[in-house]
Write a protein that binds this ligand. Structure first.
Ligand SMILES: Cc1cc2nc3c(=O)[nH]c(=O)nc-3n(C[C@H](O)[C@H](O)[C@H](O)COP(=O)(O)OP(=O)(O)OC[C@H]3O[C@@H](n4cnc5c(N)ncnc54)[C@H](O)[C@@H]3O)c2cc1C
Length: 160
C-alpha cells in the first residue's frame, strides 16, 4: 500500500538511507492527533536494529495519539543547502512509516542504551548507567518500520 516515489532517480540506496538515520539527531514524528488534526512533533531518536526509538513522557498529546492510533510516520532532514542562484535547495531526507509501541523488557535496556550512546557516548560509563536507571520512569517507544525511503536532490544524483 505504500507509494512508489514518482521521481525514482532520486531514491537513495538502502545503505545511504540508513546512514542518514544514523547521523541525524532529530526527526519529526507525525501521528493522528486530536479531532483528526495531524500532530507533527520533533524528537531525538536512535535508529537501532532497523527500528526507530525515542523516549516519551507517560502523559501528553504524543503518547495519547500513539495509543489511540499506532500508525505513524517519521521524517528526518539530513541536508537543506540553499542554492540561491538556482532558486532551489539541495536536500536529502528520509521518511519512514510504521507502527509505534511501548517497549518493555530486554529490548528496553538495549534500545535505551543505544539512545544514550548516540547522544552521550562520550560520558563516563557510571553516569550513563545512572541516567538509564533514572529514565526508566519514562516510556521508550519503538517504531516498527514497514516502509522507509531516502530521497535526495537531483543535483546530488548527477554529481555521482
Ligand atoms: C530537537 C528536539 C528534540 C526533542 N527530543 C525529544 C525526545 O527525545 N523525547 C521527547 O519526549 N520530547 C522531545 N522533544 C520535545 C517534543 O517536541 C515535545 O515537546 C514533547 O515530547 C512533549 O510532547 P507532548 O505531545 O507530550 O506535549 P504536550 O504538552 O502534551 O503537547 C500539547 C501541545 O503543546 C504543543 N507542543 C508540544 N511540543 C511542542 C514543541 N516541541 N514545539 C511546539 N509546540 C509544542 C502542541 O500544540 C501540542 O499539541 C524534542 C524537541 C525538539 C525540538
Amino acid at each position: 500500500m505504500f507509494r512508489k516515489m514518482r521521481r525514482n532517480k532520486q531514491l537513495m540506496s538502502q545503505e545511504d538511507t540508513v546512514n542518514v538515520m544514523d547521523r541525524c539527531t532529530n526527526g519529526v514524528l507525525a501521528c493522528l492527533g486530536d479531532d483528526g488534526y495531524p500532530y507533527a512533533v520533533p524528537l531525538s531518536y536512535v535508529y537501532f536494529n532497523d527500528k526507530i526509538y525515542f523516549h516519551s513522557a507517560k502523559a501528553g498529546h504524543k503518547i495519547d495519539a500513539i495509543i489511540e492510533n499506532p500508525k505513524v510516520s517519521f521524517a528526518v532532514i539530513d541536508e537543506d543547502t540553499i542554492v540561491s542562484a538556482e532558486y532551489t535547495t539541495y536536500f536529502r531526507s528520509v521518511i519512514a512509516f510504521g507502527q509505534a509501541r511501548i517497549v518493555e523488557g530486554d529490548e528496553w535496556q538495549s534500545a535505551f542504551t543505544a539512545l544514550v550512546e548516540k547522544y552521550s557516548g562520550d560520558q563516563p560509563q557510571a553516569n550513563k548507567q545512572k541516567e538509564i536507571g533514572e529514565c526508566s520512569q519514562a516510556y521508550l517507544i519503538a517504531i516498527d518500520i514497514e516502509h522507509i525511503t531516502g530521497k535526495e536532490a537531483i543535483e546530488y544524483v548527477r554529481s555521482r
